[in-house]
Write a protein that binds this ligand. Structure first.
Ligand SMILES: Cc1ncc(COP(=O)(O)O)c(C=O)c1O
Length: 403
């Protein structure tokens, strides 16, 4: 007999919540229960199928209550990437090809969906952001005219933590009669979402960022808005996404969202950590200051030698990993293979600065005492990196995923 507690790793040194999280024990328990009682196909007419359909409906109702939407506004997907593709390609299918407007700091999933729309006759325009990573609303206003038909904005930016003023953006889109999709993958579970009250047409989320399972996400679709299924099949999800529904994973997602609502905000802990990190020589904040415009669990730093020479974020991440800490460089490998982050470059940082990012994202498991060791480890790693001859180019090999 495996005890579920023993399946969850010790997390005190895991500071990479924005990349992913392990499923909470309660989530594993909910999924184990669903797996044993509701494993059948929810479309089957026998009693086992009905039990699965009931469990599916319970999870859908719970998620809808947690996000303040109608249960039939929720379409199950395999994660954030699929939800974003379904939102943009599915909504665009019902429109005459026109212009899609996105921000300069979108996740690669949105860029990939936008590229597909371009192949279908759409044009794509990018709205610039300021030094904090916040959208230029005047530039957006200028683009909310024909042929713009669709806007997609990342609500919480994974790398620099910026939270866009989504209500102001939504109000503008509504006035212009333009559909708005919001990538809320980093926001679901971190901040309350009241879909009913938001001027948003489509919203994407994923369970694995909030201690839910991997492989399940959702797209909220405003009632009355038709989207074309991108996966044909048995007509599941109101004909919007084919495939036998992942009942067990959805029960885990519902439990994870419920747990997230019971968690206190990580902001006070984050602020205390940030204050201490900013006292280290060569460390400064990128993205917005703590407050309403930053994800509450998120810190993004730029790191340089005391002389001001940017250090390699990737190198620091690897060194910190040797000390037992998991965090992220916050920089994605660009298509050119450079370690410089396109997101940081969009904020106006130089190529060298854009390769010196560090991202620290807290989880609900962190306690004040977990922070001391991280600050000490970063201090140690910084001192040894500054001592090395060419730290920025210390190791340029990289993985290419932006998380
Ligand atoms: C803001 C944002 N959007 C989309 C995604 C893609 O989500 P998934 O990995 O669940 O497909 C991520 C994942 O890191 C993300 O952070």
């Amino acid at each position: 007999m495996v005890h579920l507690e023993s399946q969850v790793p010790a997390l005190t040194t895991y500071f990479d919540t924005s990349a992913t999280t392990p499923a909470a024990v309660e989530v594993l328990e909910a999924m184990t229960y669903a797996q044993s009682t509701a494993w059948a196909n929810p479309s089957s007419l026998h009693s086992l199928g009905l039990a699965a359909a009931e469990q599916l409906e319970r999870s859908r109702l719970s998620l809808a209550a947690g996000l303040d939407c109608e249960p039939d506004e929720l379409v199950v997907t395999s994660g954030g990437t699929e939800a974003i593709h379904l939102a943009l390609l599915g909504a665009a299918a019902g429109l005459t090809p026109g212009r899609l407007v996105i921000s300069a700091v979108e996740h690669p999933a949105t860029l990939a969906a936008a590229a597909q729309l371009q192949q279908r006759g759409w044009s794509v325009k990018t709205v610039p952001v300021d030094k904090r990573g916040l959208l230029d609303l005047d530039a957006l206003d200028g683009l909310l005219v024909p042929p713009t038909r669709l806007v997609s904005v990342i609500w919480g930016q994974s790398e620099v933590g910026s939270l866009q003023p989504i209500e102001a953006i939504g109000a503008r889109c509504r006035r212009a009669g333009v559909l708005l999709h919001v990538d809320a993958v980093q926001v679901v579970g971190q901040l309350p979402i009241t879909f009913r009250q938001l001027p948003i047409d489509l919203l994407s989320g994923a369970a694995h960022k909030l201690q839910g399972p991997r492989g399940i996400g959702l797209l909220l679709v405003r009632r009355g808005l038709a989207i074309q299924s991108q996966l044909g099949g048995g007509g599941q999800e109101g004909g919007r996404r084919g495939g036998t529904e992942p009942v067990v994973l959805l029960s885990g997602f519902a439990k994870a969202l419920e747990l997230s609502h019971a968690c206190p905000s990580p902001a006070p802990l984050r602020d205390s950590l940030l204050n201490r990190l900013l006292r280290l020589p060569g460390v400064r904040l990128s993205g917005p200051p703590p407050g309403d415009s930053r994800l509450p669990h998120h810190i993004s730093l730029l790191v340089s030698s005391e002389a001001g020479q940017p250090l390699s974020g990737r190198h620091l991440v690897r060194e910190l990993s040797r000390q037992g800490f998991a965090l992220s460089s916050g920089s994605a490998c660009s298509s050119s293979g450079s370690a410089a982050s396109p997101v940081l470059q969009s904020l106006g940082y130089s190529e060298a600065e854009a390769a010196s990012g560090l991202r620290i994202s807290l989880g609900p498991w962190h306690r004040p005492t977990d922070l001391d060791a991280l600050v000490e480890a970063l201090q140690f790693v910084l001192a040894s990196s500054v001592a090395s001859a060419d730290p920025l180019t210390a190791n340029a090999s990289s993985r290419s995923a932006q998380r």
